[in-house]
Ligand binder design. Structure first.
Ligand SMILES: *Cc1c(COP(=O)(O)O)cnc(C)c1O
Length: 420
C-alpha cells in the first residue's frame, strides 16, 4: 500500500472509502467542543445512534404489555436472543446452532470450561498464553484448583522469548507437542489484548486435537475485529464480550460458541438452567432437563433484554457493513497508522517501538514508549486523543474501521509530531 503523511492523502482516502458513511451512525465523544480521536474501541466501542431506539422499543413494550411482552412484544422477549444469533454467527464464522448470546464473558468461559476441562490423573494440563488478560488466568487457575490439581503443575503458560514481545507460533506448537501426553486443553486469546498479536487459531486447534486435547479461544479482542472461521477451524468452544469491537455498551451481553460436533454429546458435563431445556416443554415446568441439541443448551437464564437490544442494534450495523469489507478497510487504516507512527519516530528520532506484528494483527497498534511514556500519553489525552495506557509502558491505539477515518490518523500524526 502507498501511504503519505499529508492531509490531502487522508482526505482522498476518506472520500474513496466505501464504508466512510458508517461513521455518521455513531456518537463520537467531544472534548472542548471538538470530536476526540477515538482509538479505544478495543476497550469500549462507541454508541450507535440506533441503540436508543432499540432499547426504547423494549421499554415501551414493557410499559404497554407487562408480562405479555414475553410473547407479544414487537420482538418477543422469550426468543429475543435468537434475533442476535444469525448476525453473531456471521461475524465469528459459525453456524447459527453453534452460537448463543448470554451472560458475561468470564461467566461463559467458566461454563464452557465445565464442559471442556475434564482433567484426569494422566491428562490434566492446560496450555495458555503468558500475559493473557488476567480474568482468563484467574478462571483457568480456579478451575484447576476446583478439580483438585495444582496450577503450578497444570497451567502451562507460553511467554515470548527473552527480549521479544510476541509469542512465536512455532513455540506454541512445540509446547503442545512437549506436553501432549498430559494435555487436556489449549485455551488462549485469539488476539492478545496487550500486543495485538493475532494467533493462528486454525493451526493451534489442529495441534491441540492431535495431542488429544480440546481447544478453546477467548475472542474478546477478535470478535468484530478480524475474520473468524470457528466452524471450519473446528474450534471446540469460544467466548467473547460485545462491548469492545462489537459496540453493544458497557457490560453488555456476551457470546459463546460450541462446535456442532459436541451438540449431541450429552455425556459432556454441563451446569444447567431452565433456558437450556427443550423450548416446547419448558413451561410445563418438568423436573427433567431435556437439553437443547445446540449451543443454547449452555444457557442458564432468560435473556437480559435491554443489553440484548443494544447488541442487536450494533450487530445489524455489522451485517450491513460486512466483516470482509470491514477487515479490508481495517488493514488499510491500521497500515496507515503504522506508517504515520514510524514516520514521526524517524523525523523526531524517537525510541518508541511498535510491538504489534505487521503480519498478524487486527486494528490495534501497541506502541512501546517506556516508563517515561506516561508523559506522552497524558499529552495525547490533553490534545483530544483517547488512547489506552497499559503498564509498564505501552500505549494501545485501535483505529476501528466502522467509525475511525484516515483523517483521524492524520490528525493524530500531527499531534504526535508536535510532541516536544
Ligand atoms: C475484556 C476482556 C475480558 C473481560 O471480561 P468480562 O467478563 O467481560 O468482564 C476478559 N478476557 C479478555 C481476554 C478480555 O479482553
Amino acid at each position: 500500500m502507498h501511504f503519505e503523511f499529508s492531509k490531502n492523502f487522508a482526505e482522498i482516502s476518506d472520500k474513496s472509502d466505501p464504508l466512510a458513511s458508517f461513521r455518521n451512525e455513531f456518537y463520537i465523544p467531544e472534548k472542548n467542543g471538538k470530536q476526540v480521536i477515538y482509538f479505544t474501541g478495543n476497550s469500549l466501542g462507541l454508541q450507535p445512534k440506533n441503540t436508543e431506539k432499540y432499547i426504547l422499543q423494549e421499554l415501551d413494550d414493557w410499559k404497554a404489555l407487562g408480562v405479555e411482552g414475553h410473547v407479544h412484544a414487537r420482538r418477543p422477549w422469550m426468543p429475543y436472543h435468537e434475533f442476535l444469533t444469525p448476525y453473531m454467527a456471521e461475524i465469528v464464522g459459525a453456524k447459527n446452532e453453534e452460537v448463543v448470546m448470554m451472560n458475561q464473558l468470564t461467566v461463559n468461559l467458566h461454563l464452557l470450561l465445565v464442559s471442556f476441562y475434564k482433567p484426569t490423573k494422566k491428562k490434566f494440563k492446560i496450555i495458555t498464553e503468558g500475559k493473557s488478560f488476567p480474568s482468563d488466568r484467574y478462571a483457568l487457575e480456579s478451575q484447576i484448583k476446583f478439580h483438585g490439581f495444582d496450577p503450578k503443575d497444570a497451567l502451562i503458560e507460553i511467554f515470548p522469548d527473552e527480549g521479544e514481545y510476541i509469542i512465536r507460533h512455532g513455540k506454541i506448537l512445540q509446547t503442545i507437542e512437549t506436553h501432549k501426553n498430559e494435555l487436556a486443553l489449549v485455551m488462549m486469546g485469539g488476539v492478545n489484548y496487550y500486543t495485538g498479536q493475532v494467533f493462528n487459531m486454525k493451526e493451534i486447534t489442529v495441534a491441540a486435537h492431535r495431542a488429544g486435547a480440546y481447544c478453546g479461544f477467548d475472542l474478546a479482542h477478535a470478535a468484530g475485529n478480524i475474520p473468524l472461521f470457528l466452524n471450519e477451524w473446528e474450534v471446540d468452544f469460544a467466548c467473547w464480550c460485545s462491548y469492545k469491537y462489537l459496540n453493544s455498551g458497557p457490560g453488555s451481553v456476551a457470546g459463546a460458541f460450541v462446535h456442532e460436533k459436541h451438540h449431541r454429546n450429552f455425556v459432556l458435563p454441563l451446569f444447567a438452567g431452565w433456558w437450556g431445556t427443550n423450548k416446547s416443554t419448558r413451561f410445563q415446568m418438568l423436573p427433567q432437563f431435556d437439553p437443547i441439541p445446540t449451543a443454547e443448551r449452555w444457557q442458564l437464564s432468560n435473556a437480559p433484554i435491554f443489553s440484548m437490544a443494544a447488541c442487536l442494534a450494533s450487530l445489524e450495523i455489522f451485517h450491513r457493513a460486512g466483516m470482509k469489507n470491514l477487515f479490508e478497510k481495517s488493514t488499510k487504516l491500521t497500515g496507515y497508522l503504522e506508517y504515520v507512527i514510524n514516520y514521526v519516530i524517524k523525523e523526531k528520532n524517537k525510541s518508541w517501538q511498535i510491538i504489534t506484528p505487521s503480519e498478524n494483527r487486527g486494528c490495534q497498534i501497541s506502541l512501546l514508549v517506556g516508563e517515561k511514556g506516561k508523559d506522552l500519553f497524558e499529552y495525547l489525552e490533553k490534545n483530544g486523543v483517547m488512547a489506552d495506557w497499559r503498564e509498564p509502558g505501552v500505549i494501545r491505539l485501535a483505529p476501528v474501521p466502522l467509525y475511525n477515518s484516515f483523517s483521524d490518523i492524520f490528525r493524530f500524526g500531527e499531534i504526535l509530531m508536535d510532541y516536544k
